[in-house]
Every structure is written in C-alpha cells, then in structure tokens.
Ligand binder design. Sequence first.
Ligand code: FES
Length: 176
Amino acid sequence: MPDPVDNQYLSNLKRFCQQLSGFSRERGNLIPLLQLAQHCVGFLPPKAIDLVAGHLGLSPSEVFGVATFYNQFRFTPPGRHPIKVCLGTACHIKGGEIILENFERKLQIQAGQTTLDQCFSLERVACVGCCALAPVALMGEAIHGHMAPSKVEGLVLQVEIEEEKHRNRKQHHATE
Ligand code: FES
C-alpha cells in the first residue's frame, strides 16, 4: 500500500511545481520561490532546491547556500506537533528568546530541527498578530499567550500524553 505521508509529500511537491511555472526566471525571485516551496511542502527538500535552481538557472549548491543563510527555512520535515515561538518585537521584549531556549533544552533540538521520533519540530517565527499576549508560542494551530519558562514543560508533557494515548488506542485496535 502506498505510504500516505509520501503521497502527501508528492502532491505538495506537484503543487509547488505548478505554481513555480508562474514565476519569471529572475534571480530576484529566489527568496519568494524558496518561501513558496516551504509553504507548499512544509520544508525545503533537495528536490525543491533542485527545482528552484533549475528554474532560475542557478546551481543547487548556490540555492542551498542562500537558503541556509536565512533562519526562516527548514530542511527537515516538520514534526507531528510543530512548535513555533514568536520572536517579533513585542515577544522579543517580553522574553521570547528565553521561551525558545526552554523549548530547545526540553526537546533537545535547536530551532529549525525536528525530534528524532518526529513528534516535535521547533521554529522561530515573526509576529503572529497577537502581541497583547506576548510572549507567544504556537503548538500546531493553538496559540499559547503569556508564555513562561514554567509553561514549556507542561505543554510538551500534554502532547506526549496525547501521543501515548493514541499509541495505546492503536495497539488496542490492532490486537482486537
Ligand atoms: S510580536 Fe509576537 S505576536 Fe506580535
């Protein structure tokens, strides 16, 4: 049976290919195209880098080199529970960096990485539009405002418990 994750990946890549053809081949489109690729696929796999390079007449290593310069791009698939820590001005002033460091320590990954079990990924983002709640973190689509280092542990634990329950339910069904 085809892997649904791979199918999803391929259809995302196809969507990117279709949109890519609408862009002119100017070098100035490099960053917008990388952003589009990440938006469609969720990260920048080598295939997306090759496509962008081919479209703009650049070498893949050149495109990769530029992409690594910006911390908005990720090169590994996001986890099942992507965590985004806002480092816009308001959140930065209210200690967003400390929140990010706490997630990094707890998950033992750096921003832009995914945990080995693919459960969590972590990234820094610009203002998510709810500065009154600064500092802000997102777990999937859920916004968590007034973040504090002491909340980090609890949020991660909550997801781990949900995952554990999900695994147990699956095992239970498999043995029925
Ligand atoms: S700066 Fe973080 S929500 Fe605006």
